[in-house]
Design a protein around this ligand. Structure first.
Ligand code: ADP
Ligand code: MG
Length: 303
């Protein structure tokens, strides 16, 4: 397993991570979420051994991960890292990039493996296209395929779907996480996207200004967010009597004690998000239909 123990890190005296700890079991996925600048990428770079920790330690299966001060060449066979700014070979083809680290000893085996990887990241038809002619999202998919090509024991993914459009994202994400689970590849994933976390992560860590706000299963954190930052990560929410309610947990009823004045309707496709005033507090809830502005409605809290 990956063991992150009490890690602290500074960029030129400026503290970026403080006392970060986590455990990731073989084949499990830890999602790291937090606002831009909260330290997600820095933590991934430390796990990869690209920089030295100032305090604490990181190890994989009892083998310490050493930074450049103690290890000349950055990188390991058991661990792959897909950085936010992925680096590929621009003048070579998709297939060559993906197969770059695979052995040439059994050409048929290599060919089959590259084909399988191309299917995982849905780049069929682009096998011979040179990287320089790909879009950002396509390049990101090549980088992912390249990272899993040699079945590492653990993979570090920094916002792996950030350049990929919504049309492709859903199926790519299902393919990739299914592939990681099937092959028992552990994963540490920095992300902004709740859909990565809720459906695919075993553990979730929320970073805020370089410290860990909470670590738990995504389900437990979702059900009891405790911080507005955490609630906002998942969904629109309102605070009523000190409790967090997601928009779908506030419902319209015929008559009741909780009265609100309708302010705005936002069309969301399957529902409307409705902004209302509840005794001077702005709340937001979902409803199948739009509601008349300035009308008074009764609400009920579920949960
Ligand atoms: P995230 O990935 O969560 O957006 P980062 O880990 O990239 O956050 O950055 C955390 C903090 O460290 C930010 O305040 C950022 O400005 C700072 N930082 C990142 N890289 C460097 C660097 N090379 N030198 C100095 N400060 C940096
Ligand atoms: Mg980052």
């Amino acid at each position: 397993m990956l063991l992150i123990k009490n890690v602290s890190f500074n960029y030129n005296e400026r503290s970026v991570l403080r006392a970060v700890s986590a455990v990731v079991k073989s084949g499990d996925c830890l999602a790291i979420v937090g606002e831009s600048g909260s330290g997600k990428s820095t933590l991934l770079k430390l796990i990869f051994g690209q920089m030295d920790v100032d305090n604490g330690s990181i190890s994989w299966k009892d083998q310490p991960i050493l930074g450049p001060k103690n290890k000349l060449v950055v990188g390991h066979d058991f661990m792959k890292y897909v950085a936010q700014e992925f680096d590929l070979m621009p003048y070579t083809s998709v297939s060559e990039n993906i197969g770059d680290h695979l052995s040439n000893f059994y050409p048929d085996k290599k060919k089959a493996r590259v084909k399988e990887l191309i299917e995982v990241v849905e780049l069929e038809g682009f096998e011979n296209t040179k990287i320089q002619f790909l879009s950002g999202g396509q390049k990101q998919r090549v980088a992912l395929a390249r990272a899993i090509a040699r079945r590492p024991e653990i993979i570090l993914l920094d916002e792996p779907f950030s350049h990929i459009d919504n049309f492709k994202k859903q199926s790519l994400r299902r393919n990739l996480f299914a592939y990681l689970k099937t092959n028992n590849i552990a994963c540490v994933l920095a992300t902004h996207d709740k859909d990565d976390v809720l459906s695919f992560a075993d553990q979730m860590m929320v970073l805020h200004n370089g410290t860990v706000l909470v670590t738990d299963t995504p389900r437990d954190i979702y059900l009891n967010p405790r911080h507005s930052l955490v609630a906002a990560f998942f969904s629109e929410y309102s605070v009523i009597d000190g409790h967090y309610y997601y928009a779908h947990e506030i419902n319209l009823i015929e008559d009741g004690l909780l009265k609100a004045v309708i302010k705005h309707n936002f069309y969301k496709g399957a529902f409307y998000l409705i902004e209302a005033d509840l005794n001077g507090t702005v709340i937001r809830f979902t409803n199948a239909n739009a509601l008349k502005e300035n009308s008074v409605v009764s609400l009920e809290l579920s949960r």
